[in-house]
Design a protein around this ligand. Structure first.
Ligand code: PLP
Length: 392
């Protein structure tokens, strides 16, 4: 098949590769537990489902405006007001197919061939591919587990050149769960504004921050510097709506218009009834999130205790999202020399699917999702511990 150079140069998603291997083993009759998932394990709240059903019954099944129905754009603007005290208009908001398409649209609208995009590593798997599809070059900025995998201004400055155009800042982070306190965000934003580096803040996990850490957003900086910042968020992680594909961006009205051109020529509006569901989510009660956070804190602590009992393994305490990113290179050997080989060994011997750190730009680590029931988590982690002990 004669395919474009562009698609040939893109790597397939590591998560999908792991899932395919897990499916293969399941087909052979093995029981495989997945700690590779990137979605909450609770169902989408009922009032959200009801709103989408009602939309269907009402015949709300036609094209909508490309950036979303006005009331949903207003709902998103209200979200930033309620949670972060930021005033935005509807034309500062656009709704896309998940946070993923928001990020894709932004990079397509901002990056020229040859532009450099700073991406603190470890990073979410899709950033480098998206940068590449926009013709840009990803410049990873390494971070250390001892610093909670948080990037510093010094680290960023070391990697800045005259071609630096964008910084992608993800807080809380997938894969590390690391979350920037307000003061750190302020320092990074001061540096970015002073050096004309546009910041794309990926805040898709902003509702999953665990006390005593507090949710912090870059959006107040957007209010002061609307042409230097865009904030991406969505309902996938907070409302367990991963399959609904609802993400949104807060940005300068000109940037929103530019992204509307891209989205209008590719996918147009997102699913009409999903928009009604999303509106119900934004406008309804957020109380259930207290319960979700409590669950995730309990599971995080349970997982941390087991992971930290593994010989030669270290793991910072993550303040958000639902992942641990332990450093496991102390377990590597000639036979199991990297994170990909280790995850393959764990899948084979323990029947547990994980994502290798290499997929996130840090081969010293593996990613463990704790968005599964406590018992499943405990058993799976104990099985991994057994494999690690046998490696030594
Ligand atoms: N950004 C990060 C850091 C993520 O982890 C994810 C999903 O895993 C996304 C963006 C995309 O989310 P969505 O499902 O809304 O496209």
């Amino acid at each position: 098949m004669d395919l474009s150079d562009r698609v040939r140069s893109i790597k397939p998603s590591a998560t999908l590769t792991i899932n395919a291997k897990a499916q293969e083993l399941r087909a052979k009759g093995r029981t495989i537990v997945s700690l590779a998932v990137g979605e909450p394990d609770f169902p989408t709240p009922d009032h959200v489902c009801q709103a989408a059903k009602q939309a269907l019954d009402d015949g709300f099944t036609r094209y909508t405006a490309v950036p979303g129905i006005p009331e949903l754009r207003q709902g998103v603007a209200d979200y930033f007001k309620t949670f972060y005290g930021v005033t935005a208009a509807t034309d500062n908001v656009m709704v896309s197919n998940g946070g993923k398409q928001c990020l894709y649209n932004l990079l397509q609208a901002l990056v020229n061939p040859g532009d450099e995009v700073l991406v603190p590593a470890p990073y979410w798997v899709s950033y480098p591919a998206m940068v590449q599809l926009a013709g840009g070059t990803t410049v990873p900025v390494p971070t250390e587990p001892e610093d909670g995998f948080l990037v510093s201004v010094d680290g960023l400055e070391k990697h800045r050149t005259e071609r630096t155009r964008v910084l992608i800042l993800n807080t809380p982070s997938n894969p590390t769960g690391g979350h920037y306190p307000r003061a750190d965000l302020d320092r990074i934003m001061e540096w970015a504004v002073a050096n004309r580096v546009f910041v794309i803040a990926d805040e898709i996990y902003d509702q999953l921050v665990y006390a005593p850490a507090e949710s912090a957003s870059v959006s107040p900086w957007w209010e002061r510097h609307p042409d230097s910042v865009a904030v991406v968020n969505g309902l996938a992680k907070s409302f367990a709506m991963t399959g609904w594909r609802v993400g949104y961006v807060l940005a300068h009205a000109d940037l929103i218009k530019a992204m509307c051109k891209i989205q209008g020529q590719s996918t147009s509006n997102i699913c009409s009834m999903a928009q009604k569901g999303a509106l119900a989510a934004l406008k309804g009660s957020w109380d259930f999130l207290d319960g979700a956070r409590k669950n995730f804190i309990r599971r995080r602590d349970l997982a941390l205790e087991i992971v930290r009992s593994w010989n030669g393994v270290t793991c910072p305490t993550p303040d958000g999202a639902f992942y641990l990113f332990p450093r496991v290179d102390g377990c590597y050997s000639a036979e199991v020399p990297d994170s990909t080989a280790l995850c393959a060994r764990i899948l084979e011997k323990a029947g547990v699917a994980l994502v290798p750190g290499a997929a996130f730009g840090d081969d010293r680590c593996i990613r463990i999702s704790y968005a599964v029931a406590d018992e499943v988590l405990k058993e799976a982690l104990e099985a991994i511990g057994k494999v690690l002990r046998e490696l030594k």
